[in-house]
Design a protein. Structure first.
Ligand code: NAP
Length: 300
């Protein structure tokens, strides 16, 4: 059997970033204020620092203003709420991203609730979570949608065209990834099943899937013989495992080499879903800036 087609998330994300950059330039040409992304990082977690830096850098590259707020680990909840209040009120800020996880003494739910839903470019505010659950199939996504799930759905639509009627299995039910992915696939008229750590016979469930999205954080748990021949496989997992010469390497949640021989389409790790997250954050920020200016939603 022929090998699966690779879904090149890196290339798709580059194209999306450049379309967003064109959207930013068009807004500015119309005399609308330049879209601005505020990032907020509390503490000095090295992985979070890398993410925040790349978000700020990408925003600047595509012509957005970028506001980088670094707060010490001992910042109080009241101080963080005060900063969020200022960013909510600042017309130069179209989108606010509070990098998670926050230090343990801060109540994450209260912080996510404090972000203005219109500026919640991560899509984690309960109002936006509720909108995603309530939206009718085919209606425009004219509110912020979590970035990684949005990236998965864009890659699938690009690879397959219409998803209507397909059996989709999503492994993982986190509020960050699994649940919003399932909502987006439902909106695209798939028949959706969600698997998780208490699911009986995951392998049999996966074999029913025309579309299999895996977001569990377990290196290479999904084997080649779990995959229906010709299925589209989106591997969201990012796992560091021991590699050659004492180094670590990145692998997904799917045993890639085995899956390549069975699937119809597959995302690699790295270079699949990963690059889509920041590109979709920029997309959400552009849409937030358009809404703030009273302009309609545009698909880019
Ligand atoms: P999470 O919050 O830890 O959720 C993991 C989910 O997987 C849970 O629903 C859990 O089930 C389920 N699960 C765990 N072990 C399982 C097993 N053996 N069999 C079946 N289900 C199992 O993780 P997350 O934030 O959703 O992230 C998932 C993966 O995606 C991670 O590798 C993460 O690094 C990656 N990720 C990538 C990106 C990106 O590409 N940009 C963004 C976000 C996350 P229960 O609910 O029953 O516990």
């Amino acid at each position: 059997m022929a090998e699966a087609k690779l879904i090149d998330g890196k290339a798709f994300a580059a194209g999306l970033r450049s379309r967003v950059a064109e959207g930013v330039a068009a807004l500015v040409a119309e005399g609308v204020a330049r879209p601005g992304l505020a990032t907020v990082l509390v503490g000095a977690d090295p992985a979070s620092e890398v993410y925040v830096r790349s978000k700020g850098k990408t925003a600047a590259e595509i012509g957005m203003a970028s506001f980088d707020h670094r707060l010490p680990a001992e910042t109080t909840q009241a101080q963080l709420l005060e900063l969020i209040g200022r960013l909510n009120a600042d017309p130069a800020v179209s989108g606010i991203l509070v990098q998670l996880p926050l230090p343990r003494h801060i109540d994450t739910t209260q912080i996510l609730l404090a972000v203005d839903p219109a500026k919640d470019v991560d899509g984690f505010h309960p109002i936006n979570v509720g909108r995603l659950g309530a939206i009718a199939a085919g209606a425009p996504l004219d509110f912020p949608v979590p970035c990684t799930p949005l990236g998965c759905s864009m890659l699938l639509a690009d690879a397959l065209g219409s998803l209507a009627g397909k059996n989709a299995v999503v492994l993982g039910r986190s509020t960050l990834v699994g649940r919003p992915v399932a909502q987006l696939l439902l909106r695209a008229d798939c028949t959706v099943t969600i698997g998780h750590s208490r699911t009986r016979d995951l392998a049999a469930l996966c074999r029913t899937a025309d579309i299999l999205v895996v977001a569990i954080g377990k290196p290479e748990l999904v084997k080649g013989d779990w995959i229906k021949p010709g299925a589209a496989v989106i591997d969201v997992g990012i796992n560091r495992v021991p590699g050659a010469e004492g180094k670590t390497k990145l692998v997904g949640d799917v045993a890639f080499a085995e899956a390549m021989k069975v699937a119809g389409h597959i995302t690699p790790v790295p270079g699949g879903v990963g690059p889509m997250t920041v590109a979709c954050l920029m997309y959400n920020t552009l849409q937030a800036a358009r809404r703030a200016a009273g302009l309609p939603f545009v698909a880019v």
